[in-house]
Ligand binder design. Structure first.
Ligand code: GSH
Length: 286
């Protein structure tokens, strides 16, 4: 194997290297421009985009609304990460890590800022007493899989997805390395879901809500165009779960919020009331 890159003694930024996200990446944190965030009328203000991490929270909020939790009404403002909206002073004040999704709960004074998608799910589950079992054994199972997802998805997204779909050139070594890990994760989920209806057992929970946007979308062919490459048909139990979760109305609704990519019909750039989703779903192809 040849390796023509010899790292310098001290790394310096070479943004010329390209790739789909190269233009927004810098080796520093913090705000890049002064810009306040928009604020809508509901108690919960979400700043996000319809990527898998963004979909987790909008699916959660739609599940809560479907359960009759009226206090879960929310405004979902679009943060265009490709344009660098996550580096505005307003966004950084909510999430210093400059990554979507970020949530502001204005029912408290001062308002509570919540970041990290897994934590937002947990925060909402706790706040409304939903979608996280109270029984300690079941609750621990749900949290096991929620933490598993938060630790594992970066290998799928930042590892496999980046090198398979976004990198400026197809390189065998990283694609092999991360495909190995992605398929190990798919096999793990398949084996677990052979014996469990949902990740935490019999009850649908925040563990499923966190995992479906990544591994559900992937095996249903909606992420990285990699279903054939990963031979997803060889994971029948994972496919069964992915289809079952996908069929939920709240998932159908939440997955399209703050979405400006994917199929043309499914774009709901901002959500300020249920009608914003209703009118798009009314045009859903049968
Ligand atoms: N661990 C974080 C990851 C969030 C994340 O990676 N968000 C991506 C979009 S899916 C993002 O905002 N990227 C913009 C950037 O890196 O500048 C979470 O789960 O919330």
């Amino acid at each position: 194997m040849t390796n023509e890159y010899i790292p310098a003694a001290v790394w310096t930024d070479n943004s010329e290297t390209g790739g789909a996200w190269a233009s927004i990446n810098r080796p520093t944190a913090g705000a890049r421009n002064e810009q306040a965030l928009p604020v809508g009328q509901h108690a919960l203000q979400l700043y996000s985009m319809g990527t898998p991490n963004g979909q987790k929270v909008t699916i959660m909020l739609e599940e809560l609304l479907a359960l009759g939790v009226k206090e879960a009404e929310y405004d979902a403002h679009l943060i265009r990460i490709g344009d660098g909206d996550q580096f505005s002073s307003g966004f950084v004040a909510v999430n210093p890590n400059s990554k979507i999704p970020a949530l502001v709960d204005t029912t408290a004074t001062p308002a509570i800022n919540v970041f990290e998608s897994g934590h937002i799910l947990f925060y909402l589950a706790e706040k409304f007493g939903q979608l996280l079992p109270t029984d300690v054994a079941k609750r621990t199972q749900a949290m096991n899989w929620l933490f598993w997802l938060q630790g594992s998805a970066p290998y799928l997204g930042g590892g496999f997805g980046h090198f398979y779909a976004y990198a400026p050139e197809k390189l065998e070594y990283p694609i092999n390395r991360f495909t190995m890990e992605a398929k190990r994760q798919l096999d793990l989920l398949d084996k677990h879901l052979a014996d469990n209806r949902y990740l935490a057992g019999d009850d649908y929970s925040i563990a499923d809500i966190a995992t479906w946007p990544w591994y559900g979308n992937l095996v249903l062919g909606k992420l990285y165009g990699a279903a054939e490459f990963l031979d997803v048909e060889s994971y029948p139990h994972l496919l069964r779960w992915a289809n079952e979760v996908a069929a939920r109305e709240a998932v159908q609704r939440g997955r399209i919020v703050n979405r400006v990519a994917g199929e043309e019909w499914e774009h709901v750039p901002e959500r300020h009331s249920a009608a914003d989703i209703d009118q798009v779903l009314a045009k859903r192809p049968k």
